[in-house]
Design a protein around this ligand. Structure first.
Ligand code: AMP
Length: 249
């Protein structure tokens, strides 16, 4: 089966995110961007399926600005076979992304779409679920284990207080959690090979989707600064401070 892996370009997880002076969003100029860490886990999961003879082709898809092609190239260097880039310069909300992914799924007919459980920039945790709803497909979210059978997948989900295993009929959607695997680094020869792999480019209009945002961001602010801590002499002083200063007991 063909596996489709959406990969989002986000601010690198090591970067300290700064709010723009006019509070309209976060600073993106001259900031290091990388593939969303959960999407690296998705690419790794798809590649392991291919290596085990369970997947025939791995297609990486990214939606957004021209530089998303770098994110797709990273997936190609890890081992994905080809890429699809939907070029759009403005903001993209999960619903618009899900609608465009649905149009791509209708064309590509994959047996499985592996998304990250959330993008670390907007923390929405919506795209996979919306895509499953739009397609009417089974979904296994936050998975930490994936077993591939004939026409069926077993996905182990990380839920509050434990693990839940669900059987999904394919075609299906899964979203990856941190413990699913440890993504590989791309080797130099594979980085070179990736340069020759094809990336198809299209627009939201080609997919028949209006990408205009449905939400308006009113204001973005920094979290409150934490005050410095104090070292207390003993338990009595700690209890006194909790009771009389913090007023939490
Ligand atoms: P979110 O719902 O925004 O938290 O994103 C969840 C997942 O949807 C991500 O981990 C990606 O797999 C996928 N996704 C969201 N936005 C994009 C995008 N612009 N391009 C490619 N994949 C995306």
């Amino acid at each position: 089966m063909k596996v489709l892996v959406p990969v989002k370009r986000v601010i690198d997880y090591n970067v300290k995110v700064r709010v723009k002076a006019d509070q309209t969003g976060v600073e993106l100029a001259n900031v290091k961007m990388s593939m969303n860490p959960f999407d690296e886990i998705s690419v790794e999961a798809a590649l392991r399926m291919k290596e085990a003879g369970q997947a025939s082709e791995v297609v990486a898809v990214s939606l957004g600005v021209q530089q998303c092609q770098e994110t797709i190239r990273t997936a190609l260097a890890m081992g994905a076979d080809r890429g699809i880039h939907v070029l759009h310069d403005g903001e993209l909300e999960p619903l618009a992304v899900a609608k465009m992914l649905k149009a791509i799924v209708d064309k590509e007919e994959p047996g499985l779409v592996i998304l990250g459980k959330q993008a670390i920039d907007d923390d929405c945790n919506q795209t996979g679920q919306m895509l499953a709803a739009l397609l009417g497909w089974a979904q296994g979210t936050f998975i930490s284990r994936l077993e591939v059978g004939d026409g069926e997948l077993k996905a182990t989900r990380e839920v509050d207080g434990g693990l839940e295993t669900v059987a999904l009929k394919t075609p299906a959607i899964v979203t990856t959690d941190l413990r699913l695997n440890e993504p590989r680094y791309a080797s130099l020869p594979n980085i070179m090979k990736a340069k020759k792999k094809p990336i198809d480019q299209m627009s939201p209009a080609d997919l028949g989707v209006d990408p205009a945002p449905r939400l308006e961001t009113l204001k973005v602010v920094e979290p409150d600064k934490r005050e410095a801590g104090v070292i207390v002499a003993d338990v009595t002083e700690l209890v006194d401070k909790l009771r009389n200063e913090a007023k939490v007991i």
